[in-house]
Write a protein that binds this ligand. Structure first.
Ligand code: NAP
Length: 499
């Protein structure tokens, strides 16, 4: 336990971002890379979210690495299992599995300014790394609601991201708390199995139909055999998603057609005016993530499903008590209340040059980074899926690959110029974020709803407020001028960085 492993680049997490990092770094000749993964397999959020009905709401061709397209997707929107398999296969084919230490949890990352290196403590010993890459993801720490009596519930309780498949649901009374992206997939998938289900809605979401369909064998063969076809479809999917950015960030009237479509979708699927009224969102479309489902509303019209809109007052040992005093009995409590995004506990484990944790810095000063990736006061740290990189409308893998290009170019630049450390200049980071804040002020995300895009101060530090190709442009090259740097003096380190 007390041995220290010296490594050039240490990556935390083996989901889409961490895995992408080790693959892309390897292509550039950075081989001394170790990935630490707390679970027993790669896959991140797609490994953990195996709740019934879990699927991606970004089209399959777009929701994959550009360097590992998969012509074999079975349908337009891939189910969780297929994405998980895809990630595992990609790791296998890239030959990076042996670089991953599974079952190792990172407990503390401390930057040592005297040595210009990171000391990383884990449940399986200590690492000493020149560069630290965080690929811990934004949607990895389940958020359990702060509801009185929650711990006293006598039945089974689990979060959607920790689904317990051993708990029987057939003919039982199930309570689902939350009506976000996870809940709207779970509820229709188990509605026919359970005896009775109460769905607790605090805010009605905007829901659009999902244009899903299976890909016939012939179509899959065409993607495999016709050069460029899959990339062309992917480009079309990208462009059509990107059109939403106009309405989300600039011209609100551009959202009118999708608002009308969502209203028509609700009106067609829910005939009961009282239920429809309760399902009608009271905030601007797009302020929270727009959900896609063909069967959410239908599930709520089932006789054994009850939508509860009275606020939850507390959880009792036997069920959920709402503000009107009614106790709704339940055998199983499904918590679909999302994740700690802007307040991830991992940020408490990362200490910069002055000993402050990222959590402390970000909770006081706002969750800010430069180009979503580097942070003043934290040299040689690269945060993937960092501040202001989140998306509600398109593929996060596009953003991740943009960050990977920046990371690889940064390390290449350091190698070519013999640099030991790079640290973004505070003034540059501040100016970048002032601009982002001004842009975000115009967006739909700050029009009065609450969402994981926002921090405790009501700012939207989690989301990218512009077209995603602008982020791609900004991260294409590492802009060394924005950084303080120290040259490598240690000949051994120089050899390491110039190898
Ligand atoms: P979420 O979007 O944050 O939704 C959480 C839900 O729980 C909301 O309805 C929220 O209500 C409710 N809630 C939270 N605390 C509550 C409380 N104390 N009492 C009652 N209700 C409470 O979480 P999620 O559904 O897990 O989705 C998170 C993100 O994961 C998504 O935005 C998406 O990016 C990703 N995701 C993607 C997919 C996909 O691709 N298909 C699927 C699942 C998840 P309020 O709205 O009132 O806050």
């Amino acid at each position: 336990m007390d041995q220290t492993t010296r490594v050039d680049v240490l990556v935390v997490g083996a989901g889409f971002s961490g895995l992408g990092a080790v693959i892309k770094l390897g292509e550039e000749g950075f081989d001394d890379v170790v990935v630490l993964e707390r679970a027993a397999d790669v896959g991140g959020t797609w490994r953990d979210n195996h709740y019934p009905g879990a699927a991606c709401d970004v089209p399959s061709h777009l929701y994959s690495y550009s360097f590992a397209l998969n012509p074999g997707w079975s349908r337009a929107f891939s189910p969780q299992g297929e994405i998980y398999d895809y990630i595992r296969r990609t790791a296998e084919r890239a030959g990076v599995r042996e670089k991953i230490r599974f079952g190792v949890e990172v407990t503390a990352c401390d930057y040592d300014p005297d040595r210009g290196r990171w000391t990383v403590r884990t449940t399986a010993g200590e690492y000493d790394a020149r560069v630290l890459v965080l690929g811990v993801g934004a949607l990895c720490e389940p958020n359990y609601p702060d509801i009185e009596g929650f711990a006293d519930f006598a039945g089974e309780v689990f979060h959607t991201a920790r689904w317990d498949h051993s708990v029987p649901l057939t003919d039982r009374r199930v309570a689902v708390i939350g009506t976000g992206a996870s809940a709207i997939q779970v509820v229709p998938s188990i509605a026919a199995t359970v005896g009775h289900m109460d769905v607790y809605q605090r805010t009605a979401p905007w829901v659009l139909p999902r244009m899903d369909r299976p890909y016939p064998r012939l179509e899959r063969a065409a993607y495999r055999k016709i050069p460029g076809l899959q990339r062309a479809v992917r480009a079309l999917q990208y462009a059509s998603r990107e059109l939403q950015v106009v309405g989300l960030t600039r011209t609100r009237s551009a959202l009118a057609p999708i608002r009308a479509l969502a209203r028509a979708h609700l009106a067609i699927q829910v005939r009961d005016p009282e239920l429809r009224a309760r399902l009608t969102p009271r905030y601007e479309i797009g302020c929270k993530r727009i959900l896609l489902s063909n069967d959410w509303y239908r599930a709520l019209t089932r006789l054994n499903v009850n939508l509860v809109t009275d606020p939850i007052e507390r959880v009792s040992p036997r069920g959920v008590v709402t503000a009107d005093g009614v106790e709704h009995p339940a055998d199983v409590l499904v918590v679909a209340t999302g994740f700690h995004v802007t307040d991830s506990p991992f940020f408490e484990r990362v200490r910069g040059a002055d000993g402050r944790t990222l959590a402390d810095k970000w909770s006081r000063e706002g969750m800010e980074a430069y180009k979503g990736t580097t942070v003043a006061g934290y040299p040689n740290l690269f945060v993937l899926v960092g501040p202001a990189t989140g998306l509600g409308h398109s593929s996060m893998i596009y953003m991740i690959e943009s960050q990977l290009a920046y990371l690889v170019d940064a390390l290449r630049t350091m190698r070519d110029r013999g640099l030991a450390t790079v640290e973004v200049r505070e003034a540059v980071q501040d100016a970048y974020n002032a601009e982002l804040r001004a842009d975000t002020g115009e967006t739909v995300w700050v029009t009065g709803c609450s969402s994981w895009y926002l921090d405790a101060k009501g700012n939207a530090p989690a989301v990218w407020p512009d077209f995603t190709f602008r982020f791609r442009d900004a991260t294409r090259r590492f802009d060394l001028g924005a950084y303080h740097r120290t040259p490598t003096t240690d000949p051994a380190a120089l050899q390491e960085t110039t190898r």
